[in-house]
Design a protein around this ligand. Structure first.
Ligand code: ADP
Ligand code: ASP
Ligand code: MG
Length: 448
């Protein structure tokens, strides 16, 4: 059995939804087996839902709700499906928004409850499409009804370790059905709905694939695979035929939007291949991600990725020179403020760190606590982490020189440099405003 995950863009209109249905039918025809389908919300719906929750606090309930309802009814009408497919959930959503308005507060728990409607509606719609095409065994499932359990870290919940076993047990009685399962959402032990972070449906697909020991986890996108660089920025970007789990994990972590950063973990753990495919060009080979890296001596770099809107924090203290425990105390301050560190570089008397936190009040309060170390701390926002990724980089000589020379020649100044022990990436920091220049220079250098 394969897992087929369709993203929001692939499910964005009646026409594209029909294409996805055809792809599922093609899979059944070719393999003789029914896949497990994982769906995202229709494109833009999650944004609309989160916006509706925020506006409900201020008393604006009906207009944002109507916008969500209209999006779903237009899709159902376009597919010639009954509006009753969405009506019960839309009614529940409307009441929930009214409730938020009454209490004039929206907590992370409620944001997750509101956001969950996107995937829940989309799964019901897709199952109804499949049934309308003669697949009477198609059934929509909310992931938590198939055992998907998480911790209670709302808006960024992690699956519980026993989720894999729970899924296997919960799915067994439904064997033989054409499962259409919600991505992105789960439930915690208290029975509250959680979400696993924006773009999390790729991760959900990998978890279901691992739990059910799928042959393959397919993620269907609006691009022909993982590409050498973000194709919306670099027109010459080309798809990569093969990647290793490590390469894919690295490039997802450093910002390649095409895959959610946690997707590789379950796939790697259970050694299940992940294939990134193009919904609108299904015969294109896409990208196959497995344990094995494909080495090409002429091109050790596979991909150039970037993560914008990062914050650079420079902590400087003469006291740290040879002093035991300085780093431990400094990290404790970051921990206290729940600030996750991405890049780090040290010198004799200073430490530079980056984080994706941009909230001015939070950064100011961190700065105050760091003053007690004692230290001088400077905070600079609007930075971007670039990463050049490829397993072939482990043994290649002169790649750092090529990387930095190319960027410098484009007039971009580097503010921090780091290379992890895995040696499959080189990362550096530039200003947000220099992203296009740096991207172009690097792509030209490594991919001509
Ligand atoms: P989904 O429909 O599953 O939500 P996403 O929109 O999250 O899909 O991911 C696909 C998008 O990722 C593409 O439209 C593309 O602009 C962007 N992207 C960024 N970096 C890359 C890359 N290296 N390769 C392919 N796509 C990329
Ligand atoms: N619908 C969710 C989001 O927009 C999850 C996903 O698309 O993967 O973030
Ligand atoms: Mg996505």
């Amino acid at each position: 059995m394969k897992v087929m995950k369709f993203g929001g863009t692939s499910l964005g209109s009646p026409e594209t939804i029909r294409r996805c249905a055809e792809l599922v039918e093609r899979e059944i025809r070719q393999s003789g087996k029914k896949p497990l389908v994982v769906v995202s919300a229709h494109s833009k719906v999650t944004d609309k839902l989160l916006d509706a929750a925020k506006k409900a606090v201020k008393g604006d309930v009906d207009a944002p709700f109507n916008s969500v309802a209209k999006r779903h009814y237009e899709i159902l009408d376009g597919l010639k499906l009954a509006r009753s497919v969405a009506e019960p959930l839309l009614g529940e959503l409307h009441n929930l928004l009214k409730g938020i308005h009454m209490v004039k507060e929206v907590t992370p728990r409620l944001y997750d409850y509101v956001a969950s409607f996107g995937e829940r509606l989309s799964a019901r719609c897709f199952a109804a499409v499949m049934r309308s095409r003669g697949h009477q065994d198609a059934e929509a499932f909310d992931a938590y009804d198939l055992g998907f359990m998480t911790d209670s870290k709302f808006m960024n919940a992690r699956p519980l370790p026993d989720t894999y076993d729970r899924i296997a047990a919960a799915a067994a009685p439904h064997a033989g059905k054409l499962w259409v399962v919600t991505g992105f959402i789960g439930k915690d032990k208290n029975g509250d709905i959680t979400t696993i972070g924006r773009s999390g449906s790729d991760f959900s697909a990998a978890i279901f694939g691992a739990a059910l020991r799928a042959e393959e986890i397919q993620v269907w996108k609006d691009v022909p695979g993982v590409m050498t660089c973000d194709p919306s920025l670099i027109k010459d970007a080309r798809p990569l035929a093969k990647l290793s789990f490590e390469e894919a994990a690295e490039l997802a972590y450093y910002g390649a939007e095409v895959l959610h950063p946690s997707t590789m973990t379950p796939a790697m753990q259970y050694n299940i291949p992940v294939r990134v495919l193009h919904t609108f060009d299904p015969d294109a080979p896409g990208t196959l991600i497995t344990t094995k890296a494909e080495m090409d001596g002429r091109c050790p770099v596979k991909c150039i990725v970037y993560k914008e809107d990062q914050t650079l924090i420079n902590v400087r203290s003469e006291r740290m020179l040879g002093m035991e425990g300085f780093m431990a105390r400094m990290f404790a301050v970051f921990e206290k403020h729940h600030i996750v560190i991405d890049m780090i570089a040290t010198s004799e008397v200073s430490v530079s760190l980056t984080t994706n936190i941009t909230d001015a009040a939070k950064l100011e309060s961190l700065k105050r606590d760091l003053l007690d170390m004692p230290s001088r701390t400077e905070v600079n926002t609007n930075k971007c982490i670039f990463a050049v990724v490829g397993e072939g980089m482990k043994h290649a000589v002169g790649l750092a020189a090529r990387t930095f020379k190319a960027v410098a020649a484009a007039g971009v100044s580097l503010q921090m440099i780091s290379q992890g022990a895995s040696e499959i990436n080189i990362t550096f920091l530039v200003n947000n405003s220099e992203i296009p220049k740096a991207c172009e220079a690097l792509h030209k250098e490594f991919f001509g």
